[in-house]
Design a protein. Structure first.
Length: 149
């Protein structure tokens, strides 16, 4: 019988932080897709909700699928990482591909809503892609170290 590798503390820290981060993304996705007006008003004060939803509704199908894949793949990857499953790599890879597709479309086709493209909000797409890539790299390293089975 193969000796089991002890779970390092950093896996629990990364796993819980990524679960919290990606849970926020899942809530945001769900509230936006279900047209939660209070959520949209809270997340983007001063933005016309109808203009924002018209922009979201105008996404091509591949960008919409990418957004969903990015969000739900990341959430699944976080859970699988905490379960020490090697399938976290696949989920995080799908998440990265989805994030690049969904956010890539948004970066290439910016909306004329200053609150979405200026300051921290303007950088958020890049931050999400970097975090998705970092989580994929982390899961891959943990698989190589024998932590993920």
């Amino acid at each position: 019988m193969a000796e089991e590798t002890k779970t390092p503390v950093h896996l629990w820290i990364v796993g819980v932080v990524s679960l919290l981060w990606n849970s926020f993304g899942a809530v945001d996705y769900t509230m936006t897709r279900t047209r939660g007006a209070a959520w949209i008003d809270q997340m983007m004060p001063g933005v016309d909700g109808a203009q924002f939803m018209a922009y979201i509704d105008g996404f091509p199908i591949w960008a919409s699928i990418g957004w969903g894949l990015g969000v739900w793949g990341a959430l699944a990857g976080s859970l699988l990482l905490l379960m020490r499953s090697r399938h976290a790599i696949t989920a995080f890879a799908a998440s990265l591909v989805g994030a690049i597709a969904g956010i890539g479309y948004q970066l290439a086709n910016p909306v004329d809503i200053p609150q979405m493209s200026e300051g921290a909000a303007g950088m958020m797409g890049y931050v999400i892609i970097i975090i998705a890539a970092a989580l994929l790299w982390y899961a891959w390293r943990q698989k190589a170290a024998g932590v993920l089975r």
